[in-house]
Design a binder for this molecule. Sequence first.
Ligand code: XMP
Length: 494
Amino acid sequence: DGYSAQKLFHQGYSYTYDDVIFLPGYIGFPVEQVDLSTKLTRNISLNIPCVSSPMDTVTESSMARAMAALGGIGIIHANIPPSDQASLVKAAKSSRFPVLSNPVFRSPSDSIISLEYFADAPCILVIDSGDCRGKLLGYVTKSGWMNLTDKETRLANYMVKSSDFAPWDCDLAKMICYFEEKAGNEFTPIVKGGEIVDVAGREDVERLRGYPRLVGGGSVDANGEWMVGAAIGTREADKERLQHLIKAGVNVVVLDSSQGNSLYQIDMIKYVKKTYPELDVIGGNVVTMYQADNLIKAGVDGLRVGMGSGSICTTQEVCAVGRGQATAVYKVSSLASQYGVPVIADGGISNSGHIVKALSLGASTVMMGSFLAGSAEAPGAYYCLSDGRRLKKYRGMGSLEAMTKGSDARYLGDTSKLKIAQGVVGAVADKGSVLKFVPYTMQAVKQGFQDLGAQSLKDAHDMTKTTLRLEVRTGAAQVEGGVHGLVSFEKKPF
Ligand code: XMP
C-alpha cells in the first residue's frame, strides 16, 4: 500500500511538502512519549527541532533568546556591521530570562520630561551614574510617569526606591520565585559581571507562566548561557566578522549562501575548521547530493537544505535553479546521514504538517522565516491596517530593499555590480509570542509523529528508510486535504 520514499523520490519529479502525504502507521504509545530532541550539527543538540532564519526581519537578540529558551536556536543575521551583529549575540546571551527588554538608564537628577524619548520603555532604571555600570537607585514605571502632570519632577523624587537585582542566570523558574519573594517590586534589573544587562518585569513573568511549558528545557551551552548562532559570508571580511562573533560567545556559524557548493564556501569551511576547531560550521544552501558531498568533504558539521522554497524567494524564477523542498530534503538527508551530518530543512514551512514531513524525510531540524516573522520577538514594529489587523514586515534577504542594506553577499557574486533581486518584500500577520505558539506547534508535530508510529526523530528517519509509505497528492486531493466547502460567518449588508 503506497510507495516507499526511495521509490517515490526516484521518478524524476520535484516534490514540495504539499505534493506528498504520508500513510498513517500504528499508534503504540501516548503522545507525551514522543521525543523531539535532535541535533543541529554534529556537536550541538537541541530539545526541539526549530531554528529561526538569519534574516533581518526574523532573528535578532529577542528572537535568538526566545528560540534558545524554547529549546531551539536562533541564527542572527549578518545584514549589519560585524560589531553590531556581535552585540546582538551578546545581548541574546546576556540573561537566562526568556524575554529581552533593552533597559533604559537615567540618572536621579534627570527630570520626567527627559523620559518622553522613551515612551515605549515599560520601565526606566535610575542609576547614580546614569549608565549600566553604576549603582542602582530605583526605577520609574511607564504607567506612573506618563500620568504625572509635573514633568519637571526629578527622578530622584519620583522613582520607586529599590536596589534589588537578579543575577543573569535567573531563568523563568527562578524569576517566578524572585517576584514572589519581592512582593512590592514590579521590575528587577538583571546583572552580569557588575553590569546591568537587562530588566525583567512582573507582568512578563505572569504572562510566561500562562504559556504552555516545553518539556526538556532550553538550549544552554557549557557556560550556562543560551546557545546562539550567527550567519557569516564567505568573503575575506567575514573572517574579521567571525572574530567579533567568537568574542561575543557565538556557538555555531552558518555560511549564508543561496548556492553553497562553491569554491568560496569550501575555502571558508576549511578556514573556520582550521582556525576554530571547537566551532561548528553549517554549510549550504544545497539541494542535491552532489552539492552536499562537496561540503561534507570540506568538513561541515551541518547542512542547510533549500533553494527557492522560501515564502519570499524568487531564486527558482530568476535563476532557473532549485528543487522542490520535499525532494531536496529527502535526497540530501539520505547522503548526509551516512556521514553523521545533520540536515536543516530551510524554507517553505507554513504549518506543523510541513515540519512533520521535513523531519520524517530526513531533516534533523527545520529553519523558519515567515512562520516566525509575525511574532512579538521578530525585529520591527507592528503596523495596523484599517480593518484592525496587525502586520509586521517580512522581506527576503535577496530583495532589493535588503540588499541595499548590505545582504548582497548571499545573492551576488563577488564582482557583481548590478543588483538582481532574488526575493521580495511583504508582510505577515501578528502571531503573538513565539514563546506561546511554538509549544503548540511542537505538540501538533508530536501528534503527527504519533500517527506515523514514530516515537523520536531517529525512529522517523529509520521508518523512512524502511516501512514508511507515501503517495503524491493530486490537485483535487490537496483541495480535499485543506478546509473546503464552508461559507463565511461574516455578515454582509444586503
Ligand atoms: P520561509 O519559507 O520560512 O523561508 O519564509 C525562509 C528561507 O528563505 C530563504 N531566503 C531567501 N531565498 N531569496 C531567496 O531565494 C531571498 O530573498 C531569500 N531570503 C531568505 C532563506 O533560506 C530563509 O531561511
